[in-house]
Write a protein that binds this ligand. Structure first.
Ligand code: ADP
Ligand code: TRP
Length: 334
């Protein structure tokens, strides 16, 4: 049987934090190591352009996504790692799919609706304020990313599930129109069990709340952030509830099941917050010290990253051209 094609993209918009790691990076790297699947992992730089207008930054963040994946164990020789903007067929297919997208489908898309809701809440009279056509047609570009590689499975966070369903709808419209199975119908793979990781103030960890702990960070800064994690006022010796403790939630995703059990007992026995935080810091360093060194090495060597991108461009380009030529034949432009 042919290997399943697994594909996912990440927008290059900043440095990765523990929330990204638990919710997206770690699962992606694990998937990339499975032998019965071929992974396509790409940097969605043209999706980032909907909001990021600093050329130098976009380029640097693109390197950063690639270096992050590799530092955490994704093997660019086994998986296909590439930059969306390196594959011109993505943008060609995007136009073709746009001609199959009912406008109403875009009106209902998550990224666009979120902006409209924000405008509503801010009392804006123009509900489309701040919406460029890139934001509006975002799901079409995403559908092109997915369909162009013959993707079976798309691992994404729950906020992206609807966009994958749109890709599937568009694939069906197209196949039906031309009476052949040109596009594989993709399915979203949403890891429901991945809990939302809290940040140092207890809210969802997010760059937009500035409550995040970056995974490739200087040790002194990590220690400071961990020491700032909010706790209740219970004293050393007083039993503590692990489930409501951010320190414990963060410890748990880094520790083995037996370490986690031991820590639960320590909470029941009244571990001091300072000691719980020290244990978290130690586990953090054990997990991220080596990847941080690899990440830094890669970021200091952009030629190597460019070499990896150019290999990815060749491999992803091959797959893309195959499907795009079928599309062109069907629609009558080839
Ligand atoms: P941020 O909120 O910091 O801007 P993004 O929206 O860029 O993060 O998140 C990218 C991916 O990282 C998401 O698809 C999601 O799966 C994952 N992620 C982000 N924050 C968390 C979190 N606090 N807990 C679990 N997963 C998260
Ligand atoms: N829209 C995704 C996000 O914001 C990134 C993305 C772009 C993507 N194209 C994709 C994800 C294709 C999966 C498949 O996270």
């Amino acid at each position: 049987m042919a290997r399943q094609i697994v594909l996912t993209g990440v927008k290059p918009t900043g440095m990765p934090h523990m929330g990204n790691w638990v919710g997206a990076l770690r699962p992606t790297v694990e998937l990339s190591q499975a032998d019965d699947q071929l992974g396509y992992f790409f940097i969605a730089d043209y999706h980032a352009l909907t909001g990021l207008r600093e050329g130098k930054q976009l380029k640097q963040f693109s390197y950063s996504v690639a270096a992050t994946w590799i530092a955490l164990g994704l093997d660019p020789a086994k998986s296909v790692l590439y930059r969306q903007s390196d594959i011109p067929e993505v943008f060609e297919l995007s136009w073709v799919l746009a001609c199959f997208s009912p406008k109403g489908l875009m009106n209902r898309a998550h990224a666009y609706k979120a902006q409209v809701q924000k405008n509503q809440e801010a009392g804006e009279t123009d509900l489309d304020a701040g919406v460029n056509m890139g934001v509006y047609t975002y799901p079409i570009l995403m559908a092109a990313d997915i369909l162009l590689m013959g993707t079976n499975l798309v691992p994404v966070g729950s906020d992206q599930q609807q966009h994958v369903e749109i890709a599937r709808d568009l694939a069906q419209y197209f196949n039906r129109q031309y009476q052949r199975e040109i596009f594989t119908l993709p399915e979203a793979l949403v890891e429901e069990s991945t809990a939302v990781l809290p940040g140092i103030d207890g809210r969802k960890m997010s760059k937009s709340y500035n409550n995040h702990i970056p995974i490739f960070e200087a040790p002194e800064r990590v220690r400071k952030l961990i020491m700032r994690i909010q706790t209740d006022s219970s004293l050393p010796g007083e039993p503590k509830d692990p489930e409501s403790s951010t320190v414990f939630q963060l410890y748990r995703v880094l520790a083995s099941p037996s370490e986690t059990e031991a820590m639960k007992r320590a909470y029941a026995e009244g571990i001091a917050w300072k000691d719980a935080k020290d244990a978290l810091y130690d586990r953090f360093q054990e997990t991220f010290a080596e990847p941080t060194a690899r990440y830094k090495e890669l970021m200091a060597n952009p030629q190597e990253l460019e070499r990896i991108f150019s290999e990815g461009r060749d491999r992803a380009g091959q797959a893309a051209r195959k499907i795009m030529s079928k599309v062109r034949r069907a629609i009558g432009t080839a």
